[in-house]
Design a protein around this ligand. Structure first.
Ligand code: XMP
Length: 515
């Protein structure tokens, strides 16, 4: 294990992912983690993240200086390196010329940390403070034009620091540096692989669940599908997978899901047809928040009723992922008292959010994984690409892609339009060019002309998005001829639509979904 100590950097998670890409397990912990806790975990190495503060700020986050005496190798990145220098008796100062963006790295000592990092590599920098005097026992490994101490080491104590960010993609040789730290300095073994994860989680599930029964709400997304597979491997028919058909899925999706699970994996799915109930709940509702609440609430209702019928169950399987439970510098400490507060757990349930106070105990086999690791596991266990790389789809489904009132007729219109969007981009091999690509139905109507006849029908909005994480997004610069084909097909094939428009709003200020 490599522990990342987080000082509030936006890159802490990224560092953890880079480490895991070297097949070594890593976790992010708060800078308040005690030396005792670290001793107990006994990691092979520690990485101190960057952070927005200056080491001289009164309120700057600091780690316990005992960390330097644990005998565990430490790599400080940016702020982490400055803290190391300051706490060990060196000097850090605000300098006239900070360095932001790319900088060329000149290597003086190409051993240890910098083995296989080319002299003149471009590294990505972002700092206004610099180390001007190194503590005893430290020497400079590399410098840049404006930063004399760009990489430093104290080989005897296995303490290292880099002023640049090896974890970001723009840093050439960043991966080599990380591998050097992980393999040469910390002497880790590459044991964090998909195969070992699958093996171990099956063991863990068995140990935890014993002969008890587990209930899982399947949504069709990659998380719940992977979860179903792992649990089924581990405990066979002690697992019950429930799929609630709210009627807001895309064309053919519910049938396809059940078919894949039954035929390919021999995992039976309890299919709950609840379309009428959900439609009744949203009848006449135009307020987006009320719509979401009604759907969420109904989901819980149905879930509870059905679980009673199928139960009793002891455990509920949840697709909690690592970013949901990660401790970060800011979120797990009360800023007033400095007390640790409970780690916030977001339940990113595609199925619409399960009740928090159900009488089940939780089993969460994916809680150590990042999303891309879930996808790797999903592939390894043979889930089809259509599930592994499916675009994100909101829990309330098409109901929040119909602006205003949801009716059976509007759902049919949107389902057909959405199908054409997916069909065209898949045919053109462009499905994976977008984070999401979908259709939205507007409740207004506008005038058109078709075959000499006046029409008065709904517009469809096309929303194509590029994004890294869904938090910010840009509208995709889709080729005109693709837009043209999709538009033609929709107005010709979908009754009730006479106009297609393209949404050119980024997020922020627009959200990805329209409701
Ligand atoms: P917004 O519309 O907030 O969406 O920009 C950001 C991302 O989240 C998805 N989304 C949801 N996912 N349940 C979900 O599981 C929901 O209720 C929900 N609402 C939005 C959205 O599709 C986008 O990827």
């Amino acid at each position: 294990t490599i522990i990342i100590i987080d000082f509030g950097s936006q890159y802490s998670e990224l560092i953890a992912r880079r480490i895991r890409e070297t097949q070594v397990y890593s976790e992010v912990l708060s800078y308040r983690t005690s030396p005792e806790k670290l001793r107990e975990i006994n990691p092979r190495g520690i990485i101190l993240s960057g952070g927005p503060s200056s080491v001289y700020d009164d309120l700057a986050p600091k780690c316990d200086p005992e960390i330097w005496n644990l005998g565990i190798p430490v790599l400080g990145v940016c702020y982490g390196m400055q803290l190391m220098v300051k706490q060990l008796g060196g000097t850090v100062e605000k300098v006239k010329l900070g360095e932001y963006g790319k900088a060329e790295l000149f290597i003086e000592d190409p051993t240890d940390l910098l083995t296989n990092v080319a002299n003149g590599s471009t590294m990505w920098m972002s700092h206004g403070d610099s180390c001007t005097n190194l503590p005893e026992g430290f020497s400079v490994l590399a410098y840049t034009k404006n930063t004399p101490c760009a990489a430093i080491s104290n080989p005897d104590r296995k303490l290292f620091g880099v002023q640049f960010h090896p974890e970001v993609v723009h840093s050439e040789g960043g991966n080599a540096l990380i591998r050097n730290f992980v393999y040469h300095v910390c002497e880790c073994e590459p044991t964090w692989t998909t195969e070992t994860f699958v093996e171990e989680s099956i063991k863990d599930i068995r140990a935890k669940v014993g002969d008890k029964r587990v209930l899982l709400a399947l949504s069709g997304g990659v998380d719940s599908s992977t979860l179903a597979f792992l649990l089924h491997q581990a405990i066979g028919d002690q697992l019950t997978c429930m799929f609630i058909d709210q009627g807001f899925m895309r064309k053919g999706e519910p049938e396809r899901l059940v078919e894949i699970f039954k035929n390919k994996f021999h995992i039976p799915v309890e299919y709950v047809m609840a379309r009428d109930r959900f439609l009744k709940q949203v009848d006449g509702v135009t307020d987006p928040e009320l719509k979401r609440r009604r759907i969420g609430h109904e989901f819980i209702q149905v879930f509870e009723e059905e679980s009673k019928k199928l139960g009793p169950f002891d455990y509920l399987a949840q697709g909690t992922l690592y970013p949901d439970v990660i401790e970060s510098a800011d979120t797990n400490v009360d800023p007033k008292t400095g007390e640790r507060v409970a780690v916030k757990i977001k339940s990113h349930h595609n199925v619409g959010g399960l009740p928090k106070d159900l009488r089940f105990k939780l089993v969460e086999p994916l809680r150590k994984l990042f999303k891309d690791e879930v996808r790797n596991v999903a592939r390894a266990i043979g889930l089809p690409e259509e599930i592994v790389r499916r675009h994100p789809f909101p829990g309330p489904g098409l109901a929040i892609r119909i602006v205003g009132e949801v009716t059976a007729e509007r759902l049919n219109i949107l389902r057909d339009a959405d199908f054409i969007v997916r069909d065209e981009i898949s045919q053109q091999g462009m499905y994976h060019d977008y984070w999401q690509a979908f259709a939205v139905l507007l409740p207004i109507r506008s005038v058109g002309v078709m075959g000499d006849k006046r029409t008065y029908a709904h517009p469809i909005v096309l929303r194509f998005i590029t994004s890294e994480d869904g938090m910010t997004a840009d509208w995709a610069k889709v080729p005109y001829d693709l837009l043209e084909t999709i538009s033609n097909r929709i107005v010709n094939e979908v009754k009730g639509v006479n106009r297609v428009v393209y949404d050119i709003t980024s997020k922020p200020p627009g959200t990805i979904e329209w409701e």
